[in-house]
Structures are given as C-alpha cells and as structure tokens.
Ligand binder design. Sequence first.
Ligand SMILES: Cc1cc2nc3c(=O)[nH]c(=O)nc-3n(C[C@H](O)[C@H](O)[C@H](O)COP(=O)(O)OP(=O)(O)OC[C@H]3O[C@@H](n4cnc5c(N)ncnc54)[C@H](O)[C@@H]3O)c2cc1C
Length: 525
Amino acid sequence: MDAEVLIVGAGPTGLMLANQLGRRGVRTLIIDRHAGPSLQTRALGVQARTLEIYAKLGLVDRALELGKVGTGANIWADGRLMAHVPLGEAGRDVTPYPFILVLGQDDNERIMGDKLRDWGLAVQWNTELAALQQHADRVTATLKQPDGTSREVTAAWVAGCDGAHSAVRELNHIEYRGAPYQHVFFVADTECTGSMVADQVNAYLWRSGFHLFFPMRGKDHWRLVGILPPDLRNKDDVTFDDVIPSLRGEAGSGLSFSACTWFSTYRISHRSAARFRDRRCFLLGDAAHIHSPVGAQGMNTGLQDAYNLAWKLALVTADKADAALLDSYEDERLPVAQRLLDTTDRAFRLVVSDSPVAGLLRTKVVARIASVAMRVESIQKTAFGIISQTAIHYRESPLSESADRLPSGAPQAGDRFPWLKVKLAPTGAVEDLFEALDDARFNLLVIGQPAPPADALEAAGLLRLHAIPVDSANQAALARAGIAAPSHYLLRPDGHVGLCGIRVDVATIMRYLAERLDLLEAART
Ligand SMILES: Cc1cc2nc3c(=O)[nH]c(=O)nc-3n(C[C@H](O)[C@H](O)[C@H](O)COP(=O)(O)OP(=O)(O)OC[C@H]3O[C@@H](n4cnc5c(N)ncnc54)[C@H](O)[C@@H]3O)c2cc1C
C-alpha cells in the first residue's frame, strides 16, 4: 500500500486533514492538480471553532499575528446603523476567541501548508486524480503527473477534498444536488474611508442587495464583498469603477476610495452531495457541500469535516477501532451541512432577492428586527454560537450516549464540551481546560467525585483522565456552563461529548468504547 490515506486536493480542507492525520502518525499522501498553493483569497472569515482547532495544532498564534480581529458586526440600512452585534461580549465565556478573525484563505492555506513539514509531509503538486477503482481492502487511484505520464497508487482510504468539481465525487457517481444562484458576486481589495465602524464587519443592506465590508490589516484597508447591481449582471468586464456608484448609494456619499488593488466577479451555487461516503472514499469540504458566502461558513465547515474524520481514520488505520466507526462521519457531518445550506440559502435569498417586497423587507423589517433582537443578550449569544460554529452538535449521532438524564441546561451527549477555566487539582492553579485536553486521545472529565482507576485505558494510550474538584474556585465556572456535580463527561478527541452521566463507572465507559465506538482495545480489556 502506498499510503493509508490518499488526500485529493490541497485546499484548506485537504491541508487540515493532512495535518490532523500527520500528527497522529497516519501514512498520508496529499496531491493537488495545481502547480502550487492558491493565491486567491476567497474565504475571509475564520470562526472561533476553527481557531480552537488551530490552537490544538499549534497554529493559532501565527493566524492571529497575520489576521485582523473583528470584534463586532454592524447592520446598516437606508444610511443608518440599525444593529450591532458585540461578538466580544456575546462570546466572552464561550471561547478563548470571542471574535471573527479576518484572515484570507491564502494565508490559512499557507500556515497549514507550512505545518505539514512537522509531520514529514509535503503536497505533491501538479498531480491530478484521473481515475479510481474501489476494491474490498483498498482503492487504486490513477494519478496524472506533471510530465504527462500516469502512475497508479494504492491507499486504504481516499479523502475527496477536491472542491466543488470533485473528481472523487464524480468518479463515485455521487449526485451533487442543488442549483446555481443567478446573482453575480464581486470582491474588491480596497483602501477607503467612510461610515464603517472600524475593526468590525459592516453589512449594508439595500433594496436590491447587500455589501459587506471586512476590516483587513493595514490603514483604511477593507475587503468588500457584494452582489452586482442588476444592470451590471450581464455586462462583460465589469470594473471596480462600475460598482462605485451603487456602493456610494448604499454605504453613503462620504465613502471615499484611494485604491483598489484587486477586483473580481464570480458566481456561486448551493449544493450538497447525496452521500458523504462511498465505501472507501469520503467527501469533505466543498466536494461535499457548497453554500453562499453569507455568514462566512464554507471554509470553516470543511475544516471541521476534516477534524471530525481525522481521529476516526487514525484509530481505524492503527487497528485500534473497527472500520464501522467511520460510518459516523456521514451521520454527523451531513446533517450539519444540510442545516447550514438551509439557513445560508434562506438568509441569502432574503439579502439578494430582487423583488420590491423583499427589498422593503430587507431594509425596513429585517434591519429593525435585528436592531431590537441584537440588544437581547440571549439572542446575541445564540447568534454567536451559530456563526462561530461553537454550537454545532452531534446529539443525534449513534456515537452520543447519556448514561443518566442530566439537567436540560447541562452539556449533553454530542455537544462540543464548553470552554472552562478551572482548577484541575485541589491545590493547582486555574487552567484553560481546552489547553489541558489532549485531542489525540479521549478525555474523561470526572467532576465532583473520586476519579476511577482508568489504568487499562490510559495504559493503552487511548484516554486521559482529568478530575475537576468542586471547590469555591471551580463552582462559578461549572455553574455558568450548567455543569452539575457530580457528573462525568467522556470527550472524543474532537472535543465533543461521547458519553455523559452522573456517577462515573468504568464498566459503562468500557462498554461504550467497545460497542458504540468499536474500539478494539476496549473490547479486549
Ligand atoms: C468569493 C468567496 C468568498 C468566500 N468567503 C468565505 C468566508 O468568508 N468564509 C468561509 O468559511 N468560506 C468562504 N468561502 C468558501 C470557501 O472559499 C470554500 O468553502 C473553501 O475554499 C473550500 O475549501 P476546500 O479545500 O474544500 O476546496 P477548494 O478550496 O476548492 O480546494 C480544492 C483543491 O482540490 C484540487 N483539485 C480539484 N480536483 C482535483 C483533482 N482531480 N486532482 C487533484 N487535485 C484536485 C484543487 O486544485 C484545489 O486546490 C468563500 C468562497 C468564495 C468563492
């Protein structure tokens, strides 16, 4: 076998998967048909959940150094600031990163690409997947090489991270359901001044569309995304000068541009693959789902597909888990993509619909509702959870189990376990729990009760045990997250709750690991 996993595509999704597999010691081959890394910015918004994953990968400091922290979002209509979402406050207790990081896709790809060296991996550029054949125990892939010749490689598993026109998807005859949007988007890299609130995302709603202003590093540096006014939609060679009148019309006549270094137009679709897996092939990122850029979710969703699949593939390729564990990838990620498609599609139709009623709805009703709603703390928090992707859960997954009924406000099986700052030993200092978690293993959190002997699991390298005492230092943090004492949570390597309950019981944990996760070590113990 040439590799355990062949990753097709070195965009953000493929690079994240390669890093996650590389650091877990999985023999990985990553190819891309392009000659080198993409120089196109495309995605701009890095969400908090992605930054949490970057932190575990050792990339977050570099990302923060290169990007620009967007501390809030503002909705403008009819020249007036209608609503403000203070991301910093809404996410303060939710994540170490209560903001959106404005960092171009090219920079994200560069830092993930550089990181591959740590695991002895490198992208094989100029190498295109041309054909593949699935066998019971392996996949044979035909790769077109830079000199025009072909070679065959075999891998146990193939990850299709090859974007919207995925060859892995097409070669497996998986339907890509959906349709293109009729609107034409533009993106422009500018230096400008105007009514925009500095260091924050500014959305200008207008009768026939919207403009988004993203703050970038540097003085008066803004990246603009919007849709072309209807009269420009069918014009060839649209330039930035063509869109300035509509920008001024909506974002105010005080808007003044001193430079535009890049301008491009593009069309997009909304689609989802009918299946995310065909036997030994998986689809991730844009190969599996593509949506409107409203909400800055696309790239982030692909990165989390990779984080979800990587730990499962690592256990299976190391013969620590049965291949049945891999079924849960589609069980968990397809509904997330479906929900995202529904919401971004609805939001997109509302912000771009050409009908006069929709125009009025957008500038009068939506803006007013947002203005009132965003002053309510609980709504701000809900909005932050959705946009930052910290609220994504797998409650319906076959991997999620509650041994006992926990209070409704407590984290439940399938949830991303909340970020806490707690003491992990009676005499220790307060620590960042996310830093203490080992995302190459399962983490058992035992709260307000004696820790059980978990020697067998710890010895097998599968699990880390963390005992959280309930004392005056920890009480407030646990109460804020709705965590009852006593309770216990078995976290999967990706930080989602697998099993939870009240009194911890080693036999229940072993049964869960053996039966639900098909962990062979647990079944043998
Ligand atoms: C203008 C725009 C703005 C956006 N803004 C945001 C945003 O703010 N936030 C956000 O989260 N998302 C955003 N998105 C979406 C985001 O760009 C995509 O979701 C993201 O690029 C998907 O990454 P990917 O790795 O899955 O696919 P891609 O980035 O498309 O990468 C696929 C890779 O596969 C390679 N490949 C394809 N076929 C083959 C083959 N047969 N053999 C070998 N290699 C192959 C390609 O060369 C490519 O490098 C935006 C998209 C657009 C267009």
